[in-house]
Ligand binder design. Structure first.
Ligand code: ADP
Ligand code: MG
Length: 592
């Protein structure tokens, strides 16, 4: 079997799809079916991004189709616009409405979000049917066809090319988006909004973008639908249509870029086959059709819980392995930090209450550049809570936090990351199905500028290459070069912690917070980590280290803070701490 790269395969697939009308003998009714598949695939591709990747479940996409369809229906029939001129309006209308709805909806969590989409999905369809000037329930007829040159695209095999060009464009845009800094941030976001924020990602903005983009794809589908059918009414845009689109995305494979197309094809071809076969065997075909349809789709989901696309993808020729990346660049030298000894981080009277519990109580200490400070104490002492307050994930109930001379306790995690702070999480927060390299690159989010629109047009490739080179360098630095392309979820927990360290380093931090980085590491891995932390110290970075391995802490740190029940019970050089009676009682004694 010949080996083909993914992009060659995509180009061949695109050519086959677009040239189909030139093939003699394809029956006209098939083009009708293909057109419908293409229209649905546009909506479902948006849902792949929104629901499959972003985990924002929307039942309401059909409403955005309706907005696109009605925008062009009204403008062409009531105001005499040419169909092509209404395209931007259809996109703007669906984009604007989704922006307003999304601003409220994407902030909802758990079940409230899908419920929210059901609510406005129903009301928008009802709304469309309630305007007399839009034909109320009978809708709008006599919508003009699209024209290319002098040719009106009246036949299914004529509008086919336009529909599928749009589908291929949509798939291409989504593909580019997912292969970018923005796409990676969407995937981190669904894993952990807290981790995303810690690296400068704004969850609400990212969600709103994919929400609006998915709605605009639905709007485009609606616009095409109006000129394909040339008559529209509200029933096509109700909640049941919305459910069908969601179903297509899930059946096709919500996590895969071609999943929307696969799902639309599967559902609509199945429906078509049933419509042809059932009348031969039953006097009551419509009812049986619904039942058969349901059974088959549930069976598909049972057999392929990730959808059909991953099954189909296994059939294709094996892709050539990606070209090996250029030699890694050395990590950037940490410039000015070495110069004078400077206070990088200071906590003053810091406190945090959870209900009646003082998780952190009046804690104060400082970390200087070129210094590793250990923060130790038994489980529940308040170490992670302290980290969460420093990194902006939790608001302190009392006290002040100063980072490089600026007060940061009420700033956002994104702003704090932007000031040069990075952290790891005690409970790793990585994207398991993304490679080590891509996970590490998430840490460099703030070093990039390109937004999603640049990514879609692939205008950010040089920035992306620099970001990946940086991620590669940091991955090698923590000793994970051998597993750089492996999905993170396949690594041992200890190695996942090292991925967290590399990700933090990717932000080139002046202040580094490490929450139990050595837990789960083997002896030689701990030695390597200790060597790395010494190097980072020599570069002038300030490191605050939470760790339970006392040997590791005593050997590595310059200064130790001991917490117990949220309070600081001791502070000093490792030798002092080692012999402190309070500490031995509270902590080391428990270990011995
Ligand atoms: P450590 O990291 O030192 O083991 P933590 O900072 O995680 O300790 O927890 C300190 C205390 O605060 C514990 O008693 C813990 O149960 C409590 N705690 C931590 N986070 C929360 C929270 N989000 N809600 C309520 N209690 C919390
Ligand atoms: Mg902890």
């Amino acid at each position: 079997m010949t080996r083909m790269s993914n992009s060659t395969l995509s180009i061949v697939a695109a050519a086959v799809i677009l040239l189909l009308p030139l093939v003699p003998g394809v029956p006209a009714y098939l083009f009708d079916l293909f057109d419908n598949i293409g229209l649905a695939a546009l909506v479902a591709t948006g849902l792949v991004l929104l629901t499959g990747v972003g985990r924002l479940t929307s039942f309401g996409q059909a409403a955005f189709c309706g907005i696109g369809a009605y925008a062009t229906g009204l403008l062409t029939t009531k105001f005499g616009w040419s169909p092509w001129a209404t395209l931007p309006m259809a996109l703007v209308a669906s984009g604007l409405v989704s922006f307003v709805l999304g601003a409220f909806t994407v902030r909802l969590s758990g079940h409230f979000l899908p419920l929210g989409t059901i609510a406005w999905g129903m009301s928008l369809a009802l709304l469309l049917g309630s305007f007399a000037f839009a034909g109320a329930h009978s809708g709008i007829g006599a919508i003009p066809p699209l024209r290319i040159g002098g040719l009106a695209l009246l036949q299914p095999n004529q509008i086919y090319g336009v529909i599928w060009a749009c589908v291929l464009l949509a798939v291409g845009l989504c593909h580019n988006l997912l292969q970018s800094r923005f796409g990676r941030s969407v995937r981190l976001l669904r894993q952990s909004a807290m981790a995303a924020a810690a690296f400068g990602i704004h969850p609400a903005r990212v969600k709103l973008f994919i929400f609006v983009f998915a709605a605009m794809l639905a709007g485009l589908s609606g616009w095409l639908f109006a000129h394909d059918q040339r008559a529209i009414n509200p029933t096509s845009f109700g909640i049941d249509a919305g459910i069908r689109y969601l179903f297509m995305a899930v059946v096709g494979g919500g996590g895969y870029i071609w999943g929307g197309v696969a799902g639309a094809a599967c559902v609509l071809i199945l429906k078509d086959v049933l419509e042809q076969v059932l009348p031969l065997v039953s006097a009551n075909p419509t009812q049986i059709e619904e039942i058969c349809f349901g059974i088959i789709l549930v069976a598909i989901l049972q057999m392929a819980p990730e959808g059909l696309w991953p099954l189909l993808a296994r059939l294709r020729p094996a892709p050539r392995p990606e070209a090996t990346a250029p030699a890694p660049m050395p990590p950037p030298a940490a410039p000015t930090r070495k110069e004078a000894s400077m206070e990088m981080l200071r906590l003053v009277g810091l406190g945090r209450k959870f209900g009646g519990l003082n998780a952190v109580d009046n804690v104060g200490f400082a970390v200087r550049n070129g210094e590793i400070v250990g923060l130790i104490g038994p489980n529940g002492a308040g170490k992670s809570t302290t980290f969460n307050m420093i990194s902006g994930a939790l608001e302190p109930s009392a006290g002040e936090i100063w980072l490089k001379g600026q007060r940061i306790d009420h700033r956002t995690p994104q702003a704090i990351a932007g000031l040069g702070l990075a952290r790891t999480f005690q409970h790793v927060k990585l994207v398991p199905d993304m490679s080590v390299l891509e996970n590490v690159a998430l840490g460099g989010h703030l070093t990039g500028r390109a937004g999603p629109l640049h990514a879609m047009a692939r205008l950010e490739r040089s920035e992306e290459r620099a970001l990946m080179a940086q991620a590669r360098a940091q991955t090698l630095r923590v000793g994970l070069g051998g597993v750089i392309d492996r999905p993170v979820g396949t690594l041992a927990l200890g190695q996942q912690r090292l991925v967290e360290v590399a990700r933090a380093l990717c932000n080139n931090p002046d202040v580094l917070l490490l929450d139990e980085p050595a837990a789960g590491l083997r002896h030689f891995e701990k030695q390597a980590l200790a060597a790395l932390l010494r190097e980072l110290r020599a570069e002038g970075r300030a490191i605050l280290l939470v760790e339970h391995d006392m040997g590791f802490v005593m050997e590595l740190t310059d200064h130790i803070i001991v917490l117990e029940f949220g309070r600081k019970i001791a502070e000093g050089a490792p030798d002092v701490i080692r012999t402190s009676k309070d500490v031995i009682r509270a902590y080391l004694g428990a270990e011995a």
